[in-house]
Design a protein around this ligand. Structure first.
Ligand code: AMP
Ligand code: ZN
Ligand code: FE
Ligand code: FE
Length: 295
């Protein structure tokens, strides 16, 4: 544990703010990170980089570096595959336009989920869900509206009862494949990293094609992953020459169990992410276009 080595940098490369489904604003998140003794975080909101400017400004005051990041949720063979992107040239206009489109589709999907839930007699409204979501709307905001009305005990309970796949409120999202997310991140010279991969059943079959498309890293030191899982993923990272990254996936109190900064992420991972980003910037970024809507 890094507490025995106070000279080590404390790092968390997976965090969320109110720009997506986190509970803290970007500056509150940075304040909590600073109080937890962190010196570097990456802000990885879903389909949004809108929290980055505020987080970076708050970090500059506290001597805490904020790396630009993003998390793109995709579907693969009926499971969730999330792809993180680091050190992206996120201000690029076409990229921001794509993110806006993805967020617009999140709105349509959440509205349809609210309608389905209303259809089974639950008294929640889209207006309330929209109020709860300051940025990119997601299932956690619908969950919060359900909890508020007493239909679920917690966000996790709302997912179990209503919002998980095959549950009555579930609406599939716009189908983005893991490869699409990698190409989107490539289009702004970011480093694509596979998020929380332990639960993906065919991970080993999937990895070669993703690596070929430019995947640069894989989360190893993630959330609640236990030592055997970390070891297995570390070996996969070595086999595929992927950068092992990690973090808490912090969303604020009571959402994911891992406290902010609770995983020891090696400084070496950040150094390798920076090198990879530098290398990627030597060639022109390929253009990206969203695939057609596939319901
Ligand atoms: P969405 O992007 O709208 O499909 O929502 C997915 C997000 O919901 C994930 O990125 C997690 O942050 C969160 N989430 C997924 N499953 C659960 C769960 N069982 N309990 C709490 N949050 C969850
Ligand atoms: Zn989230
Ligand atoms: Fe995720
Ligand atoms: Fe996340």
């Amino acid at each position: 544990m890094s507490c025995f080595f106070p000279w080590l940098m404390k790092i968390d490369l997976h965090t969320h703010s109110t720009a997506s489904d986190g509970l803290y604003s970007p500056s509150e998140l940075v304040q909590h990170a600073s109080e937890a003794g962190l010196s570097l975080i990456a802000l990885t909101d879903h389909d949004s980089t809108n929290g980055l400017e505020e987080a970076r400004a708050a970090g500059a005051i506290r001597n805490l570096e904020v790396l630009p990041g993003i998390e793109v949720n995709t579907d693969h063979a009926n499971t969730e595959v999330h792809v993180l992107g680091y050190l992206l040239e996120y201000q690029q206009a076409a990229f921001q336009q794509t993110l806006q489109t993805l967020r617009d589709m999140r709105v349509t999907r959440a509205q349809r989920m609210v309608e389905k839930l209303q259809g089974i007699g639950l008294n929640i409204t889209w207006e309330r869900v929209r109020e709860l979501a300051a940025g990119a709307v997601g299932r956690p905001h619908v969950a919060a509206a359900l909890v508020e009305k007493g239909y679920a005990e917690s966000v996790a309970d709302a997912f179990n009862r209503y919002l998980g796949r095959d549950k009555p409120g579930y609406v599939p999202r716009y189908k983005l494949a893991p490869l699409d997310a990698i190409r989107l991140i490539n289009s702004v010279h970011g480093v694509p990293v596979m998020a929380h991969p332990a639960g993906i059943p065919d991970l080993e079959q999937l990895l070669p094609s993703l690596c070929e498309a430019g995947l640069g890293g894989i989360e190893v030191y993630y959330g609640e992953y236990d030592p055997p899982t970390v070891e297995r993923l570390k070996q996969l990272a070595d086999t595929y020459y992927l950068i092992p990254t990690g973090g808490s996936d912090y969303h604020g109190p009571g959402i994911h169990p891992t406290p902010l900064g609770a995983r020891d992420v090696p400084e070496e991972s950040v150094r390798r992410l920076r090198l990879s980003a530098e290398e990627r910037r030597r060639t022109p970024a390929p253009a990206f276009e969203l695939p057609p809507y596939r319901p």
